[in-house]
Design a protein. Structure first.
Length: 252
């Protein structure tokens, strides 16, 4: 049973049972990750009950994605140790998206119940319709599925359900991102083809495997910085700098 509680910062918190259910793992797994330092300790609430926040949910999702890439527990520990300790849930979601991009496209066929479990929340008919419009979900016959789900995009699509933008704007933004990312991929591929044209096929395949995550990380970092600058100029020009107030911080 869900017990609504909030932390001192106003964020909803979860018991260990609720966290495990949200992440689709067992309570024993959550405790094991905590003992290994993969999860930070919970806040201790009334009656000495541990409370977990959005950061724990996001970190569990990242661990799950790393496991799906075939990483061992030791490798996951090394990966997480390299991350700054104060990453926000948003930052952790970005890292998960980068890790997910290393894998080939994964489309699964699931029931409505499994779709909601993977989404981490109940989904209304309108929610499923919006996910379908974003090409995250392809609905089958009937209200209970089956549904074809793009696993790499599901969590992003679910997050967009709560963004205060119209569906038309979200779809237009998706079109812009697809067009420009394809153009960038085309130009990068052209540069790489010219560089490795004379190499053996095995060397080209190896280089591609190494370059893929590096290129994705570079594109992501560059885009984040550019978007942060654009948003800072937009918000600062509309009310921040005009009113003499402090500049907005988009670093987190």
């Amino acid at each position: 049973m869900t017990t609504d509680a909030t932390s001192d910062t106003g964020e909803q918190t979860l018991t260990i049972d609720e966290l495990a259910a949200r992440a689709g793992v067992t309570v024993r797994t959550v405790r094991f990750y905590g003992s290994k330092g993969l999860l930070p300790p919970p806040e201790i609430g009334p009656r000495r009950v541990g409370r977990y926040g959005p950061g724990h949910v996001a970190r569990l999702a990242l661990i799950e994605q790393l496991q799906q890439q075939g990483m061992t527990l030791a490798a996951i520990e090394r990966y997480l140790r390299q991350l700054p300790p104060d990453l926000s849930p948003h930052d952790l979601a970005i890292h998960r998206a980068v890790v997910a991009s290393w894998a080939p496209d994964a489309v699964d066929t699931v029931s409505r119940r499994e779709l909601e479990r993977r989404a981490g929340r109940p989904l209304s008919a309108e929610d499923v319709e919006r996910l379908a419009a974003m090409n995250v979900v392809v609905a089958g016959d009937g209200d209970h599925g089956p549904y074809r789900v793009d696993s790499g995009l599901l969590r992003l699509g679910v997050q967009l359900l709560d963004v205060p933008l119209s569906q038309e704007v979200i779809l237009a933004a998706r079109k812009v991102l697809i067009e420009h990312s394809r153009a960038a991929a085309h130009e990068l591929a052209r540069l790489f083809r010219g560089e490795v044209a004379e190499r053996a096929a095995r060397d080209v395949k190896s280089l591609s495997a190494h370059m893929h995550p590096l290129v994705v990380q570079a594109l992501l970092t560059t885009f984040q910085r550019s978007l942060r600058e654009e948003l800072s100029e937009w918000v600062g020009g509309s009310d921040g700098s005009a009113a003499g107030g402090p500049d907005p911080d988009f670093s987190r």
